[in-house]
Design a protein around this ligand. Sequence first.
Ligand code: ATP
Ligand code: MG
Ligand code: MG
Length: 555
Amino acid sequence: SSERSLNFIEQIVEEDIANGKNEGRVHTRFPPEPNGYLHIGHAKSICLNFGLADEYGGKTNLRFDDTNPTTEDTEYVESIKADVRWLGFDWENELYASDYFDQLYDFAETMIQKGLAYVDDSTSEEIAAQKGTPTEPGTNSPYRDRSIEENLDLFRRMKAGEFPDGAKVLRAKIDMTSPNMHFRDPIMYRIKHAHHHRTGDKWCIYPMYDFAHGQSDSIEHITHSLCTLEFVVHRPLYDWFIDKLAIFPSRQIEFARLNLTYTVMSKRKLLQLVNEGHVNGWDDPRMPTISGLRRRGYTPASIRDFCDRIGVARRENMIDVGLLEFCIREELNKTTDRVMAVIDEKPLKVVLTNYPEGQTEIMKIENNPEDEYVTERDVPFSREVYIERDDFMENPPKKYFRLFPGGMVRLKGAYIIKCDEVVKDDAGEITELRCTYIPESRSGSDTSGINVKGTIHWVSVPHAVEAEVRLYDRLFTVEDPSGEEGDFKDFINPDSLQVVRAFVEPSLAHAQHGNALHGGRFQFMRKGYFCVDPDSTEGKLVFNRTVTLKDTWAK
Ligand code: ATP
Ligand code: MG
Ligand code: MG
């Protein structure tokens, strides 16, 4: 990172440090609302907040922004903590905005006492109408000039539960003609008789985002409060409340949110996909959630690398999901063993007619040619092997280098074979190939003098381990499903999951999800990178395709 130039946030931080602001302290926070699972967009924010603190010897709080009781849940709190830890970050303090409810309430009374807030009986429709439009000024509420005493009394009675939901709100008294709509007497508190996942039934009034976020930052003495660009228009209000309350001046800095092609990132939409059964849960490997990516086979390092490469900017943009795939492919190419898996509902059986019946030979096959010290493993070979149907053609075109009648191919790490006969059933379907092997062509000690252009993978029939393979494709058929006209769900890819049978080499028989051996991740030769899915059991292996070997999506 010393190679690249400072991004605009680092520039601000360095300027602040140089000016002795906050005694040179850097204290950031990651403030998720516990109303869903974290997604790759949150990963960008996590890497940014924790990364900035690391870089300048600072600290990062994990703060749950739990001011909306109806959508929040402890299930989400637990998943968020697990995901942040998995990404490799450790927070200074685990905090909850709800722990500040008493303090925030006191702040609100202070605002009333200063004549800067009032209780409004207008309905939400009336308040919306009073707001005016961006080109026309708003109008004052008829309740705007209540006395401080009356406002205090009403606000206390709101807190005491005397009024039903929606009967009253507390509003800041700023300026109904301000060109910034957020300054037109924004709502600070609303009545909501709802159970909160932490405070239970203690409260029936809850602060709005604008009267909770900046104040929480300030209570924690956060120096740099990073958020996404849609909050630019909230910043004057963020500063106004801090100024009027005369509390620690945290500074809000906005950056462009991550948008990724072929997916959606809003938690509301992700929740719909889960609830309506378009995916199998938040951790479905097709989801852009951290838990989905983890299950898909992504590593924390690959996600951090991705966040590093996209950097931070102040302009909205759309990142090609191909970049995320590039990052995991780069890593898996270095770390995974190359193994053989015949992925085919109906693999093609090859019988080597001149190979002794009942004999097993052990082939030594390289695990990973990228390793500094390349190791090998034992792969059994016998008279009958499976190959993929796609690796044989009865009537091949020119320059077809795989197997065809009369043709020759090398079985990876084993022998060259020649196809002598195609056996079919009554329906004309090919049931097996009868071939001969060239004994002098054994890999590593080939004296046959025969040159073949094609090498294909195989699995010995008596040693093969059956497995289920889940092949994933993009969840949506268009780059920006949220940007299209109509419902984003109209663009769900109906073929985003394909479940296929496979036969894998016996070395994988005991592979486990997330075990020490690179977390159950492999390169299936010629097929892509795969990982063991947690659905696997001792008797039934399940693999997810993390990513194909090459970008098949090149435009
Ligand atoms: P959503 O619209 O999905 O509900 P949110 O911004 O309301 O997202 P929060 O839980 O409030 O979700 O987000 C926590 C932090 O992560 C915030 O600081 C937010 O700005 C940041 N964040 C959320 N989505 C993205 C994204 N796509 N790119 C970068 N940062 C994001
Ligand atoms: Mg939200
Ligand atoms: Mg939010």
